[in-house]
Design a protein around this ligand. Structure first.
Ligand code: NDP
Length: 247
């Protein structure tokens, strides 16, 4: 079944490259108006050009550093003023920090990972939750990672940040389960992006799925028909799980 998101307004963070870029393109291709957030203006402009070339949907570009919490609050206000609602939130932006023994992680690195991956996600949820409730079928997709569960050696800051956002997602889903709003996490699995290359420099990227393929699997979570809430969608396996074992 083809996904029709015409008339729907979507925020995608981390839309300048990687998985977020392709999620934004897929949402636009389904007819959504995409509010694309990231710091790199060049990447956002490339997305805008591509969406125009694809011939569907539209984009509004928001160059914003997500460590700017007041900026996140302003974004919610601006969306309210222009559209009076939000239909889709894709909280995708994230940073890896460093792969290192926990005792060697610098304080500023740990704090950056927590600020971008956790605090800014909470702040964004706080900013747009009232707008998602105004939609007839609000959908939130929070990007997570198997690292949240595998607790792999040397990945502590990133793993802890993803465990935090997943738990936050589940609390939010419980709070909203009687509403039309559906809130889920998406675990893309190992994907050919800059972040993965930083984590696994020795790996051949050609062995990994392209982010466009992963984005195509994740975007149906924005469908007004979606029933699931409070779950984790594993893109690699194309399935929802409530809890998971480390892979
Ligand atoms: P990339 O590093 O390719 O892209 C990260 C995106 O986040 C960029 O668009 C970047 O934009 C944005 N971003 C980072 N910091 C900030 C900031 N301070 N303010 C605004 N935007 C910011 O990562 P991926 O595409 O690989 O990852 C996307 C999501 O998927 C992440 O949440 C990641 O944890 C998760 N994930 C990825 C996996 C993988 O194998 N790739 C596996 C499991 C989970 P800019 O620099 O322009 O600001």
């Amino acid at each position: 079944m083809t996904l029709d998101l015409s008339g729907r307004v979507a925020v995608v963070t981390g839309a300048s490259r990687g998985i977020g870029y392709f999620i934004a393109r897929e949402l636009a291709a389904a007819g959504a108006h995409v509010i694309a957030v990231a710091r790199t203006v060049g990447g956002l402009e490339e997305l805008d050009d591509q969406i125009k070339a694809d011939g569907h949907g539209q984009a509004t570009l928001v160059p914003l550093d997500l460590t700017d919490m007041a900026g996140i609050d302003r974004l919610g206000g601006a969306i309210h003023e222009r559209w009076g609602k939000l239909d889709i939130l894709v909280a995708n932006a994230g940073v890896l920090g460093v792969i290192s023994p926990i005792g060697h992680v610098e304080a500023k690195t740990f704090e950056k990972v927590m600020t971008v991956n956790v605090t800014s996600t909470w702040r964004l949820i706080r900013s747009v939750d009232p707008l998602l409730r105004l939609s007839d079928a609000g959908r939130a997709i929070i990007l997570s990672s198997n690292a949240a569960h595998s607790a792999r050696a040397f990945w502590a800051p990133y793993a802890a940040s993803k465990a935090a956002v997943e738990t936050m997602m589940r609390s939010w889903a419980h709070e909203t389960e009687s509403l039309p709003l559906r809130v889920n996490a998406a675990d893309p699995g190992a994907t050919r992006t800059a972040m993965r290359a930083q984590a696994m420099p020795g790996e051949d990227p050609e062995t990994l799925p392209h982010p466009s393929e992963i984005a195509r699997r994740i975007v149906p979570l924005a469908s007004p028909e979606l029933k699931e809430t409070g779950l984790i969608f594993q893109a690699k396996h194309n399935r929802f799980v409530a809890y998971r074992q480390p892979e």
